[in-house]
Design a protein around this ligand. Structure first.
Ligand code: FRU
Length: 455
């Protein structure tokens, strides 16, 4: 009998043959070569380079049996696609290789992910050299016969490995189970990581644990969240909690990003000690990707995180700066980094990707201290969610905005990164006007073009 081509080889050939490389792709944001992409996975350094994997279904622009796509970068901005790293091809992951994380140890790149098989979710390990990964014959290495038990975050702790894994508790809500291992093959339970103060939703996904400013921070992506004013929006929401400060808990779950398209962030630490986050810039419930696109899913720009008090701040990685050139066209463009300082005693707005009829607007209202981003008129023909409002800090009518636009994705950083708002806009690329408006206002704007071509 002829040997059936294995699933990984098939995916690698397919993505090479069908690679999309056209104007539908953003210039400096990560996308899959072809097909569907969701969560970032295995964001890590290995042999001095940054590796990023992602949930991947190369064969269509819809979610399907999950593979791990793979990219590498020297600076978080210019990425090279590597061959697909994992395919659902063993008994432990025959229905999909779900999200997980990675670390470098003793020259090896270790991936920990959730294998899905017959409705059961269990944890698996693959070890590799930065291109090819071998799944352990012991997989699954953690199996509690659960249907909602996924997205392991692995890290080193002394001579051991530890993993925290999201699990659906008996009451239907989320919890984090901790495990410990010396050899990656045998794992012992190490308890339930206490985050029961976070009762805002149901099942948790994609946990991250890290230290910022010496404080332990947890990031979670939460399903079936109930809205909490304008702080948390309903549905799938990504939040952070600063765990303990001087023995005191600050259990307030706050939004990481207030935008329409942001989920499943992952963080990693750089060799120079920075904490960098990347997320899937899409929402599970609003897929707006145009039908003619041959890929779906864009990642956010990698962002540097810091803590001010117990509040997260995020700004695009500093590596972006070397790709900026002050623009000769301050009021046009679809790939740029725009810095605006405005002051108003009433309102101020900027319309982007505009041809007068189609546009997406960022509107600051001083009286209510709110910022609204609205893509209703972006050219969309879908009855989906197009606008969201957030409360901003009162700075006596002053606001600064940094807007990164990359064709179909826009990221707004408010007041030096105190808040962020990510959204997709599928407006035709010839709509490229930038228009300012307001009442009782003044503003200053500097626009930089971004080019990642080698000079
Ligand atoms: C989050 C998520 C993860 C899961 C993956 C499947 O967006 O649902 O919990 O591992 O996507 O693709």
């Amino acid at each position: 009998m002829a040997k059936v081509m294995d699933a990984l080889e098939k995916a690698r050939i397919y993505e090479k043959d069908r690679m999309v490389n056209d104007q539908t792709k953003p210039v400096f944001h990560v996308t899959a070569p072809v097909g569907w992409m969701n969560d970032p996975n295995g964001f890590s350094t290995y042999r001095g380079q940054v590796h990023l994997f992602y949930q991947y279904h190369p064969y269509s622009t819809q979610w399907g049996p999950m593979h791990w796509g793979h990219l590498v970068s020297d600076d978080f901005i210019r990425w090279e696609a590597l061959p697909c790293a994992l395919a659902p091809d063993t008994e432990a992951d025959s229905d999909g290789c779900f999200s997980g994380s990675a670390l470098e140890h003793e020259g090896k790149h270790i991936l920990m992910y959730t294998g899905v098989a017959g409705g059961r979710q269990a944890q698996c390990i693959a070890v590799g050299d930065g291109i090819n990964y071998e799944k352990l014959p012991e997989n699954p290495v953690i199996d509690i016969h659960a249907t909602d038990f996924r997205d392991p975050k692995i890290y080193r702790d002394g001579d051991c490995y530890r993993a925290v894994i999201a699990h659906r508790a008996e009451d239907g809500s989320g919890e984090l189970l901790e495990y410990i291992s010396r050899d990656l093959k045998t794992w012992e339970p190490a308890g339930v990581l206490d985050c029961d103060e976070c009762k805002v939703g149901k099942m948790w996904e994609c946990p991250n644990l890290f230290q910022l400013d010496g404080k332990p921070v947890i990031m979670l992506s939460i399903m079936e969240t109930e809205a909490n004013g304008r702080e948390l929006h309903p549905g799938n929401t990504s939040v952070y909690l600063v765990r303990q400060t001087d023995g005191q808990r600050d259990g307030t779950a706050r939004s990481i990003d207030y935008g329409l398209d942001f989920y499943a962030p992952q963080t990693m630490e750089t060799p120079d000690g920075r904490c960098i986050m990347i997320a899937w810039a899409q929402s599970w419930e609003n897929h707006l990707t145009p039908k003619e696109f041959r890929y779906s899913g864009i990642m956010t720009v990698p962002r540097e995180l810091s803590l001010h008090g117990n509040r997260l701040r995020q700004v695009p990685v500093r590596e972006l700066d070397s790709y900026l050139r002050e623009s000769a066209q301050p009021n046009r463009g679809r790939v740029f980094d725009l810095r605006i300082e405005a002051e108003t005693s009433d309102w101020f707005s900027v319309r982007l990707a505009s041809d007068g009829k189609r546009y997406t607007v960022v509107h600051y209202d001083y009286i209510r201290n709110t910022l609204t981003v609205d893509r209703t008129c972006s050219g969309s023909r879908r009855d989906a969610l197009h606008s969201r409002m957030l409360d901003v800090r009162n700075r006596n009518g002053k606001i600064n905005l940094r807007i990164l636009m990359d064709r179909y994705i826009m990221e707004v950083f408010v007041n030096d990164g105190e808040q962020a708002f990510t959204c997709l806009l599928y407006t035709p690329l010839d709509c490229d006007g930038i228009e300012y408006d307001g009442n009782q206002y003044t503003y200053k704007a500097v626009k930089y073009d971004i080019s990642i071509k080698e000079d």
